[in-house]
Design a protein around this ligand. Structure first.
Ligand code: GLP
Length: 255
């Protein structure tokens, strides 16, 4: 893993957006994997800025989101369809036929997961995948213990994850779906390049495990240690435990 340290959250988000923009300029037909969550909001805001001010062009790329809640229509404000439409798809030149998320309303969820995997394969696989990290160590919605060879599947969400995400559901944890469709760890590891963005002190303890702890299903993000081309963009708050992990002699790759 290649670690890129920035002082604050805002700079980390801008750096992540600039890296994505560069990929898109180098390859306008980029197949781009996308994440959601609060961490990504300033990333999408900066991509929209680059589109408006610098003419960053999305017209030939394809996007695949990591995950979506089961049972929510795209119009639901808590759905990731809604999140993406508001923050990126509508403000830039991305048409509905260019973008894909798992369909959480599909009557047959396993069939929908197979369809999503096939769609990614037909697109030639994911060139560049943006990832966030959950406090449980999840990437996408792969909660611990996570099978490292898993493909897109329906996953149960841990109580901590539902609590963390309750703000999109009127702070009612019971309104947060308990099931989501998510790319599997195997799907994620197949992406040609990954960028993990982690900010804030609340993520520091789990980030230290992801970067320098054992590669274990108990810390799903640790699977990224096995990825041959994974950049990790962090702010200083998220690195609070990083020095301790480093002192413990753990390997941080290109630290
Ligand atoms: C969410 C999403 C992930 C996201 C992670 C972190 O629940 N499923 O794709 O990266 O958890 O979210 P946040 O940035 O809000 O901390």
């Amino acid at each position: 893993m290649h670690l890129l340290r920035t002082p604050r959250e805002a700079q980390a988000a801008v750096l992540a957006a600039e890296i994505i923009a560069r990929e898109l300029v180098l390859n306008p037909r980029l197949v781009l994997g996308l994440a959601t969550g609060r961490t990504m909001e300033p990333v999408y805001a900066h991509l929209v800025h680059l589109h408006r001010v610098n003419g960053l062009d999305f017209s030939r790329c394809r996007t695949f989101n990591l995950d979506e809640y089961a049972g929510l229509p795209p119009s639901h404000p808590g759905s990731y369809h809604h999140y993406m439409a508001e923050r990126l798809f509508r403000p830039v030149n991305l048409l509905p036929e260019q973008v894909a998320l798992p369909d959480g309303m599909a009557p047959d969820l396993p069939a929908e997961c197979r369809r999503y995997e096939a769609l990614i394969e037909q697109a030639g696989g994911i060139d560049f995948l943006l990832l966030g990290l959950g406090q449980t160590g999840h990437i996408g919605f792969n909660e611990p213990p996570a099978a490292f060879d898993s493909r897109t599947h329906a996953a149960r969400l841990l109580p901590l994850t539902r609590k963390h995400n309750a703000d999109q559901f009127g702070d009612n944890v019971h309104a947060v779906p308990a099931t989501a469709l998510t790319m599997g760890i195997g799907t994620i590891l197949d992406a040609r390049r990954c960028l993990l963005l982690v900010t804030g002190a609340k993520k520091a303890a789990i980030l230290a495990q992801v970067l320098a702890g054992p590669v274990t299903p108990q810390v799903p993000g640790s699977a990224l240690q096995r990825h041959p081309d994974c950049q990790v963009v962090v702010d200083e708050a998220a690195m609070l435990h990083g020095h301790q992990a480093c002192d413990a002699g753990a390997s941080f790759g290109k630290w």
